[in-house]
Design a protein around this ligand. Structure first.
Ligand SMILES: *[C@@H]1O[C@H](CO)[C@@H](O)[C@H](O)[C@H]1NC(C)=O
Ligand SMILES: *[C@@H]1O[C@H](CO)[C@@H](O)[C@H](O)[C@H]1NC(C)=O
Length: 411
């Protein structure tokens, strides 16, 4: 068995290498998109898509303390006479603010928030295609650009985005809704910058990736684990960015899964290989548009950090190994984050079939929080990919989130 596992790991590593060099080798999008006549919507941006459905949207750019330039979107339903306190929605690993639009105006969370008259803001973390710019560093040539994990997103990205939203709106506080990585980074911000808790009324964690001890997805574990194991080699090969928009895997799936007909079943199958399958949950049209920006890219180091979180089962900073930890942290052990700082009214939403952020992890986190409510989605097959993509969101998730924000979101 060990040799088979090693083989799988080496294979995944080779595939990840391929991703990096693919775009220059294969002019896939230019050849394939016109042949398949991909609908325009699949290539347009956040503002174009939402305007088409009659919504008002804006695009902003936030600069973090350490120089990353992050795109921030704002969405509003113009029929609203008043707007409730701003809400900030943050995406998960390998996703972007565009991801939330894929399930369309009936089911997509942004539209549900906008129609309930929230002033909704949607951010992007460093390293995806909407956070791939820097005031000084060039992501294509400066490897320093990619020297980050989700530790840095919690420490720098979220404070910068929150300050920006509060400055633009003139509000004192906002409500924070974070999916997966968007939840874990929020817990990091609370621990590292406790003063920011005063700027948040309430927190909603949708499958929040805070601890990942019980992650069941073997594909995800092996992929992250392989990058962690061969981290040094990836650097030697000049690989710092993985699974980005424009890579072979993204262009290929975009072309294949965007096609009309029954092919979407195959593309859903690919997702259930990583997570679980919830019949009838993700609509064919959602599948056709989601791969236009999935995967959205991140750093190898970020995956290494996720691998550490799964291996260690703890909530602590990036582990560089004893000697380097001593230099970076002044201790051989990477410091632990303190969950007691996540003390605002919180709603943790989880599902029984989530193989990426397991219900057991979310339950353990819930027990450590002071003012937390655990909400288990009433669908046995609810999994990680259902959060942004499911057509059941309006019935199964949004009402609980809205209730929580109505009760706690104005304090
Ligand atoms: C905005 O909200 C109103 C009232 O809830 C709703 O009728 C309308 O469909 C929504 N969407 C747009 C684009 O106005
Ligand atoms: C080093 O880390 C360990 C484990 O978190 C902790 O118990 C210890 O107090 C730390 N030492 C110093 C000097 O901070």
């Amino acid at each position: 068995m060990p040799s088979v596992l090693t083989g799988v790991k080496v294979a995944l590593f080779l595939v990840s290498v391929l991703f990096r060099y693919s775009t220059s080798l294969l002019p896939l999008p230019h050849v394939i998109n016109p042949i398949l006549e991909l609908p325009n919507e699949y290539q347009s941006n956040f503002v174009d898509i939402t305007q088409k459905y009659g919504y008002y949207a804006e695009e902003h750019t936030v600069t973090t303390e350490d120089g990353y330039l992050l795109t921030l979107h704002r969405l509003r339903n113009t029929t609203c006479q008043w707007l409730s306190r701003p809400a900030l929605l943050m995406h998960g690993l390998l996703l972007s603010s565009d991801t939330w639009l894929d399930s369309g105006p009936r089911d997509g969370l942004p539209y549900l928030f906008a129609d309930t008259c929230y002033d909704l803001w949607l951010g992007n973390f460093r390293g995806n295609y909407l956070g791939r710019q820097h005031v000084r560093l060039n992501p294509d040539t400066d490897v320093e650009f990619w020297d980050f994990s989700y530790d840095d997103m919690g420490l720098y990205d979220l404070p910068a985005i929150i300050d920006y939203v509060l400055q633009e709106t003139g509000d004192q506080k906002l409500n924070y809704i974070g999916y997966s990585q968007g939840g874990g980074t929020f817990a990091i911000m609370c621990s590292e910058r406790p003063e920011y808790r005063l700027k948040v009324s309430s927190f909603v964690g949708l499958a929040p990736a805070i601890t990942m001890k019980y992650t069941r997805s073997l594909v995800y574990r092996y992929f992250a684990g392989t990058l962690a194991r061969f981290w040094k080699e990836t650097k030697t090969l000049g690989i710092y960015e993985v699974l980005y928009k424009g890579s072979l895997i993204q262009r290929g799936t975009e072309a294949i899964c965007g096609a009309p007909g029954k092919i979407h079943k195959l593309c859903l199958g690919a997702l259930s290989f990583i997570d679980d399958y919830d019949p009838g949950s993700i609509e064919p049209d959602t599948v056709r548009s989601m791969y236009t920006h999935l995967p959205a890219g991140t750093s190898v180091k970020n995956f290494v950090k996720y691998s550490q979180a799964m291996e260690q089962g703890t909530f602590q900073k990036f582990d560089y190994g004893k000697s380097r930890n001593l230099i970076v942290y002044g201790n051989e052990t990477a410091p632990f984050y303190d969950l007691s700082y996540l003390d605002m009214p919180s709603l943790l939403v989880t599902g029984k079939s989530d193989n990426i952020v397991d219900i057991r992890d979310v339950t353990l986190v819930h027990k450590q929080l002071k003012k937390s409510h655990l909400f288990v989605v009433k669908n046995e097959k609810w999994n990680h990919f259902d959060v942004p993509y499911s057509s059941f969101t309006p019935e199964l998730v949004f009402p609980a989130v809205h209730r929580h924000l109505q009760r706690h979101g104005t304090q």
